[in-house]
Design a protein around this ligand. Structure first.
Ligand code: FES
Ligand SMILES: [Fe+2]
Length: 424
């Protein structure tokens, strides 16, 4: 999918990295040409999250995913390895796997019955006398994606032949991923399948911008804050004070996060509270981590890994662009391994209460996405501001660090977005 030189120049102009007034043009959300280029230049070139290894525990387990515009199968072969295959029959192009997930020891194309093993090898052809005796099946397996790699159970593919390694891509966010896993004393999570999902009539970047946006909570989620006050779990004042604490961080490579401070005080952090309540959890955590590590782990974070993955405290969120104005989002709730059952039960119920389809939080965010998608069609001015906190942000260890309500991570997103959209 070639994108003309003129268009590439135009994409660069859609992000105005002004030192006082960082802004982006509304066309980043609405222009179908931008969307086509994003799929080719970002999703089919960058490392993209496709799943977690706990989704495919046994040989024969598979799931299908779409990366950019490319249908793929992720499956575990009998050799124990996970393979990422293009979901396209080598005969005449039909998808060979039509299910979202399941278990099968082969993929049979239903059009003319060619059969493939889980590593992609072509292992059977119907009425094969129609092909010469020297037809070499080994040249007609399902094609493997150029690069598949894992970091601590998180699986990523890169559809470009060349590019940075996964380690290089994740490096700026790596310690945050490690701390996220550290709430489990064995540093592992297990996904609870299937995911729940929603679709909204808006651009995929609206979901990205919102997940680490510390600014909107007191307004969009005031009703949620009032629910907590009514149920006497907290007061609106306490919640709003807490929401002033922490930091918003923009990282290199387009990653970013929103962070609330860590603490070993049970009144100030969830992890410390669980450790106080469940001595076996405390013992396991103290056996694994130093005090300093525990403080880092106990911070609450919404971590975005460019371009499509969020690590939240209850779930892994996957953002799947469908069109400039349509996005699917999948939420994979996960259990922390090695913790008392009751801790995970509490996390699941908390997730449902805020993020679930009938939750008090996420549905309000989704409503706002549609409002932005509608509003940005007005071209009277055309630009959206992302300059909150630019005058007060600081650079620490290569991170742009701002007040918790600042737009440092969003700026990071669009700096990297521009690099990928406009570089040769
Ligand atoms: S298209 Fe798959 S067997 Fe013909
Ligand atoms: Fe929100």
């Amino acid at each position: 999918m070639a994108v003309g030189e003129r268009a590439v120049g135009r994409f660069r102009e859609l992000v105005d990295d002004d030192p006082r007034e960082f802004r982006i043009h509304g066309a980043v959300y609405t222009d179908p040409e931008v969307f086509v280029a994003e799929m080719a230049r970002i999703f089919e070139r960058s490392w993209v999250y496709v799943g977690h290894d706990s989704e495919l525990p046994a040989a024969g387990d598979y799931k299908t995913v779409v990366v950019g515009t490319q249908p793929l199968i992720l499956t575990r072969h009998e050799d124990g390895e996970i393979y990422c295959l293009y979901n396209r029959c080598r005969h005449r192009g039909a998808v060979v796997c039509r299910q979202e997930r399941g278990h099968s020891n082969f993929f049979r194309c239903r059009y003319h019955n060619w059969v493939y093993a889980n590593n992609g090898d072509l292992i059977g052809m119907s009425q094969s006398t129609g092909y010469p005796d020297d037809f070499d099946r080994s040249g007609y397996g399902l094609v493997r994606a150029p690069a598949l790699a894992a970091y601590r159970g998180l699986l990523f593919v890169r559809l470009a032949e060349q590019g940075p390694s996964l380690a290089e891509h994740l490096a700026p966010a790596r310690r945050y991923i490690d701390w996220w896993l550290g709430r489990s004393p064995v540093e592992e999570v297990e996904l609870v399948l299937p995911p729940h999902r929603y679709e909204y009539p808006g651009n995929w970047k609206l979901q990205v911008e919102n997940g680490y946006d510390g600014y909107h909570g007191n307004y969009v989620h005031l009703s949620w804050q009032r629910v907590l006050q009514l149920s006497r779990e907290s007061t609106v004042e306490e919640i709003q004070r807490y929401r002033q604490s922490g930091a918003a961080r923009g990282l290199a490579n387009g990653h970013g996060l929103l962070e609330r401070p860590g603490s070993l005080n049970p009144n100030a952090s969830w992890t410390a509270r669980m450790m106080q309540r469940y001595p076996e959890y405390a013992e396991a955590m103290r056996g694994r981590f130093s005090e300093e590590q525990l403080v880092a782990i106990s911070a609450r974070r919404n971590i975005f890994i460019f371009p499509n993955l969020y690590l939240f405290d209850t779930h892994i969120r996957v953002i799947m662009p469908k069109a400039a104005d349509r996005t699917e989002v999948q939420l994979y709730v996960y259990a922390l391994k090695g913790v008392p059952e009751v801790i995970n039960e509490g996390r699941f119920r908390g997730h449902e209460r805020f993020y679930g389809p009938a939750g008090f939080g996420a549905p309000d965010d989704i409503e706002v996405f549609t409002e932005v998608q509608t509003g940005v069609h007005a071209t009277g001015h055309g630009w959206n501001l992302l300059n909150r906190g630019q005058h007060r942000e600081r650079i620490e260890e290569g991170e742009w660090v701002g007040h918790t309500t600042d737009e440092a991570p969003q700026r990071s997103l669009y700096r990297h977005w521009r690099r990928m959209m406009a570089e040769a």
